[in-house]
Design a protein around this ligand. Sequence first.
Ligand SMILES: [Zn+2]
Length: 82
Amino acid sequence: MITCKELADFLADYVSNELRPEQLAEFERHMRVCPPCVAYLNTYRQTITLGKQAICCDDEKALHDIPEELVKAILAANSRRA
Ligand SMILES: [Zn+2]
């Protein structure tokens, strides 16, 4: 079983589908037993999506449409990674 830290190291490769099959199996096994990591993955994906949106349509309205809760979650995730 991989640890939460190892899972975090795999995240970037996981979202871009670059994990090897055995890594993917370990990743998904951890996800089934560790809700905090599932939540972290969701936040990570949302951060990527928002990052892309910020690049594609750089207007202020898009920024105001982001729920405050999500912004807090992203900030919390960022500080956890640091
Ligand atoms: Zn975990």
